[in-house]
Every structure is written in C-alpha cells, then in structure tokens.
Design a protein around this ligand. Structure first.
Ligand SMILES: CCCCCCCCCCCCCCCCCCCCCCCCCC(=O)SCCNC(=O)CCNC(=O)[C@H](O)C(C)(C)COP(=O)(O)OP(=O)(O)OC[C@H]1O[C@@H](n2cnc3c(N)ncnc32)[C@H](O)[C@@H]1OP(=O)(O)O
Ligand SMILES: NC(=O)C1=CN([C@@H]2O[C@H](COP(=O)(O)OP(=O)(O)OC[C@H]3O[C@@H](n4cnc5c(N)ncnc54)[C@H](OP(=O)(O)O)[C@@H]3O)[C@@H](O)[C@H]2O)C=CC1
Length: 515
C-alpha cells in the first residue's frame, strides 16, 4: 500500500474551504485513497439558504464523489461539518465543537480564502490574513497536531518575474495592516489600497502574500508548509478527467470564447499559460502533508505547483486547441463561431475590439430590435469585457517559478506513492487536457446536455453561412462605394469583370467543343 495513503488512515483531519473547488477535490482524494481515516472536520457556513447538512449532502452527491460513495458507503458519517464563519471572531465556533477540534485534530489543510480580485482590502485581509492568524493560534493549542498545510498562490509575488520557493516580505508588516484595518474607515482604506498593494495587481495577491508572512512569523513552533498553485484547471486524471465546478481561473475566458462572445484575448501568443490540474495540486498537497508530519523539516518549506518550467503550454497553442475543441464540443446557444485572436498591442486590441466585438454586438442588438425583442448583447459584452480586463494582468505576462522543493519531495516518494499521488505534469498532454477542460465546463459547470451537440453543430454551420454571406455583402458594398468615387477603382473593377467574363466564355466554349 502507498505510504502516504496509509499515513492518513486513522487520522482526524481539519479542512477549511472544503466547500470550494480545491477543498472538494481534496476531500474526495482523501476518502478514495485512505477510506479508513477517522474523521474529516470541515468548517462550513450556511449559504444560499442551505443548512450545513444540506451543503454536505449536496457535495457528497455530486458526480465527483461517485467512486467514493462506492468505496466508502459510510462517507457521510466520517464528515463532521462544524458551523464556522472565518470572517468572525473565534470563527463563531461553539465551545463544544472548539474543544473537540483542539483535542482531536492531527492535520490541518487551510484552503479557505476569498479569491476575488476586486475584494475590498478590509474583507481580503479579514479572510486571507486575520483568519489564517487565528487558525494558527488554534493550531498552537492542538496537542495532537502533526502538520499544518497552508494553500497560497504562485501569484502572491507576481510583481516579480522569477519566483523562488521563499517568502518575499511585504514592505508593511501584516500586524500593522491588521491593526490599521481595525480603526480606519472604509473610505480611507479604499484610498490607501493602491499604495499598499504597490506593484501587485489586486487585493487578492496582496492579502495572500501577507497571509504567507503571517504563516512564517506565527507558525514558527508548528510543523508547517505552504503550497503555491498557479492557475488551477479541472482534474487531469482523478477521479476522472475534466471535473470542474468553478468559474474562476480561465474558465470564464473559455466560456465567453465558446459562446462566440469573445474573440480577442489580451495575450502574447508566445507567452506560457501556467495551468495546473486540480488533482495534481491536491496530490502534491497530500504528499506535503505526509512529508511535513513524518520528516518534520527544520524550516518551513514552500512548494510550487506549476507546469510552465517542465511542460510549457503556449498561448498560441492554447488558442488553436481551444478553437478546434470548441468546434468539436460546442457550447449551447453560441452567438458566433468560436475563434481566438491574441495580441497585447493597444492599437491592435482597440481595432479588434471595435471590429470583432462591439460592431457585432450593435448589429445583433439592431436585429433584436427589428424582430421586436429587447436589445441585450451590448450590455452583456460590456460586462464580459469588464470582467476579462481584470484578468488581463495575468494573461498578458509570463512568470518563471522554481520547483526545487517540489522536485525534492518527488524524489522522496516510493514508486507506489509517485503513482498514487502523482504530481508530475511532464506527461500531461495539453491537447487532450483542453478537450477534457471544455467537456468538463459543458457537463459539470454549465450542466448542458451532451445529446444536444449535433444540433449545436448544425447551428454553427448556419452561423458560418451567415458569416460568409455577411462578409461578402460587406465586401461588395465597399467595392460599389469605391467604384462610385474613384476612376482607378472603376478601371480595376471593369478589368476584373471583363477578365471573369472572358474566362467564363472560354470555359463554356471548351466544354461545348468537348461535347
Ligand atoms: C491563431 C491562434 C492565435 C492564438 C493566439 C492566442 C490566443 C489565446 C487564447 C487562449 C486563452 C487565453 C489564456 C489566458 C491565460 C491567462 C488568464 C489568466 C486568468 C486567471 C488568472 C488567475 C491567476 C490567479 C490564480 C489564483 O491564485 S486563485 C484565484 C483565482 N481567482 C479567480 O480566478 C477569480 C477571478 N475573478 C474575479 O475576481 C472576478 O470574477 C472579477 C475578475 C473581479 C470580475 O468580477 P465581476 O466584474 O463582478 O464579474 P463576475 O462577478 O465574475 O461576473 C459578472 C457577471 O457577468 C457574467 N459573466 C462573466 N463571465 C461570463 C461569461 N464568460 N459568459 C457569460 N457570462 C459571464 C457572470 O455570470 C455575472 O453575471 P451575474 O451572475 O451577475 O448575473
Ligand atoms: N482556484 C485557483 O485557481 C487557485 C486557488 N488557490 C488557492 O487555493 C485555495 C482554494 O481555492 P478555491 O478552492 O479555488 O477557492 P473557492 O473560492 O472555490 O473556495 C473558497 C472556500 O473558502 C470558503 N470561505 C470563504 N469565506 C469563508 C468564510 N468567511 N467562512 C468560512 N469559509 C469561507 C468558501 O466557503 P463557501 O462555500 O461558504 O463560500 C469555500 O469553501 C485558496 O486559498 C486559493 O487562494 C491558489 C491558486 C489558484
């Protein structure tokens, strides 16, 4: 049996953010590989009118847990959902629950975070820094704790182009930031936010960097490690390819491209997109948990979970794969045929935005008005372009991450562990992965019917014909206008027409001779 899987058996594991994308993949893998684990405590808040139990039921009944439901029929009994809101003091955990957590927990995986780029600094600090600090404080009171694993992001220091597996300190100490959030009002915080975040693009990356500093400073006495994934995509292999249930990362870009709404991407075609599958991140996280607990490294180690250095996926390649896949597995109700253009030049972007986005939206809205419907395309397009503009910082640049600790860990694993907890992306086939990505978005995220694909393909063919017809008409109108205004254009036009006429006459005469 795998040493890592055996390690988690009979353990009490605390997970924050278990209802999130990575949290679910983490729980699934734990149950699948170590069905004899004692209990998984998850800190959950009620949401969207659902109680904790309803949320757990919903998670366990999703497609991701299909295999787990067979391997481990008593899975529901092994999950202890504890009411907690990480943005409140003491997390609003009851006294009894807190006692149980403190006395029983063996390993903590801290995944909870706010991942929105536009989160106000106060809320980002509250969850990504203060909550981490409080969790570390709790961890310090757990006598049976063997390891604390903190999930951060490879982009916490994205103002650097080359990033090592170390903590880069922020100019202002986290404690000072936390303290200032207590007495400054929202208007002042908003005003000083750009100065505080400095070269970072948003409050997310800044608060995650502060969170790492807190882990380093306040986790000194703990057995602790940080995992930094890059852009997390759907599962690669486990429990099956293509599982995804989040719009985060690049899924929104893929959906907008698939629906034909977005053609232009603010990307340099030669840049690398550092995508990493969710199951790869989780396999590494579990291996890190085992290594930290069993080998107890003397200093806190940071592990990068990235792909660009060993198996680069270039934007151009991605654009081509995406277009081909979206033809093969189209998304429902496309507005246009999917197509991608990549550029970072401002003039080129403005040109393509006008020609390829706004002009189409205006024409479509005009058509909606003519057919007695409410225009909506321009509004939708503007929303999408606004959203996409917030991702542009990440799509228009490339980074280089070193992975010495991740490679060291891989070399410490037995062949069986390397197989069961595979986090080596050297053999990842990007073309196949993109196909499963689109399939996963269609099936699990958008919940579209796969049986409808032939009908959508037929619709795409109609759209292609409309596109050709529209372009030809536009070309003819342009020629006609030019002919009306310029003698030279008229001469060229008559030359082309008489040439075509002569060619046709010759063709007809030769056919008649043959007959
Ligand atoms: C010939 C070939 C040539 C080829 C050339 C090459 C071509 C190549 C092409 C290939 C592709 C290019 C590759 C690029 C690579 C890199 C990209 C990196 C991005 C990610 C980096 C992540 C790095 C960090 C990773 C981390 O560390 S982890 C955390 C990651 N965290 C996130 O990823 C959260 C981000 N997001 C937000 O923070 C919020 O999204 C926010 C952005 C603030 C907006 O926010 P807001 O404007 O409010 O917009 P929403 O709330 O999102 O939406 C508002 C409303 O519009 C709706 N709508 C939004 N979209 C869509 C949509 N598509 N379709 C329909 N509706 C939509 C939505 O339904 C909602 O409607 P409603 O529900 O209101 O009715
Ligand atoms: N996805 C990605 O591309 C990447 C993610 N990461 C990191 O991985 C971790 C997990 O990310 P991911 O799963 O994608 O994120 P999600 O947004 O999918 O999940 C976030 C989780 O945090 C929980 N949470 C948020 N606020 C609170 C709160 N106040 N109290 C209790 N729980 C709360 C959410 O609970 P609820 O369901 O109730 O909202 C949810 O379970 C994060 O630390 C993120 O920074 C790093 C790099 C890339």
């Amino acid at each position: 049996m795998s040493t890592i899987a055996a390690y988690y058996n009979n353990k009490s594991i605390l997970i924050t953010g278990a209802t999130g994308f990575l949290g679910k993949v983490l729980m699934e893998k734990l149950f699948r590989s170590s069905p004899d684990l004692k209990v998984i405590y998850i800190l959950v808040r009620p949401k969207s009118g659902q109680t904790l139990q309803q949320r757990v039921f919903h998670i366990l009944n999703c497609e991701l847990f299909k295999e787990v439901r067979e391997i481990c029929p008593n899975v529901q009994e092994k999950i202890r959902a504890i009411y907690a809101d990480l943005s409140q003091d003491d997390f609003a955990i009851s006294k009894e629950d807190m006692e149980e957590l403190l006395s029983c927990t063996n390993i903590i995986f801290h995944c909870a975070a706010t991942v929105r780029f536009d989160e106000p600094l106060r809320s980002a600090v509250q969850l990504n820094v203060v909550a981490t600090q409080k969790l570390l404080l709790m961890a310090g009171q757990m006598p049976k704790l063997e390891a604390f694993i903190h999930l951060s992001t490879a982009f916490s220091n994205c103002y650097r182009k080359h990033i090592d597996e170390v903590i880069y300190p922020c100019p202002v100490e986290p404690k000072k930031i936390i303290h200032s959030m207590e007495w400054l009002d929202d208007a002042i915080i908003d005003e000083i936010t750009p100065k505080l975040i400095g070269d970072r693009p948003n409050t997310y990356t800044y608060s995650k960097a502060l969170g790492e500093m807190v882990v380093q400073q306040e986790g000194e006495k703990l057995n602790i490690a940080i995992v930094r994934p890059s852009i997390v995509g759907p599962t690669w292999q486990e429990p099956f390819p293509g599982w995804i249930d989040t719009m985060n990362g690049i899924s929104k870009i893929i959906i907008a491209a698939g629906k034909g709404l977005l053609q232009l991407q603010a990307v340099e075609p030669t840049n690398v997109v550092d995508l990493i599958p969710a199951d790869t991140v989780i396999n590494l996280t579990l291996a890190v948990g085992w290594y930290t607990a069993v080998h107890r490294p003397k200093t806190m180690l940071i592990y990068h979970s990235t792909s660009g250095h060993i198996n680069p996926f270039y934007c151009k390649e991605m654009g081509l794969q995406l277009t081909a896949t979206l033809e093969k597995i189209p998304l429902e109700k496309p507005f246009r045929r999917p197509y991608t253009i990549g550029t970072t030049s401002t003039i080129s972007k403005q040109y393509w935005n006008t020609v390829s986005h706004h002009a189409y939206a205006i024409i479509y809205d005009f058509y909606l008005i003519l057919t007695g419907r409410k225009p909506r395309m321009t509004k939708l397009l503007n929303r999408i372009l606004k959203t996409i503009s917030k991702l542009e910082y990440f799509s228009s640049q490339s980074w280089e991450w070193t992975t010495y600790n991740t490679e060291m860990l891989m070399s410490q694993l037995s062949p069986e562990d390397q197989r069961v907890f595979n986090f080596d992306v050297r053999h990842l086939n990007w073309s196949q992965y993109m196909e499963n990505y689109v399939l996963g978005i269609k099936k699990y995220l958008l919940k579209e019917d796969m049986a409808g694909i032939p009908e959508v393909k037929q619709h795409l063919r109609r759209l292609r014909n409309i596109y050709y017809f529209f372009n030809t008409t536009l070309f003819l109108i342009a020629c006609r206008l030019l002919i009306a205004r310029s003698q030279m254009a008229r001469n060229v036009w008559f030359f082309i027409v008489s040439f075509c006429y002569k060619f046709l006459s010759y063709f007809r005469a030769s056919r008649m001779l043959k007959a």
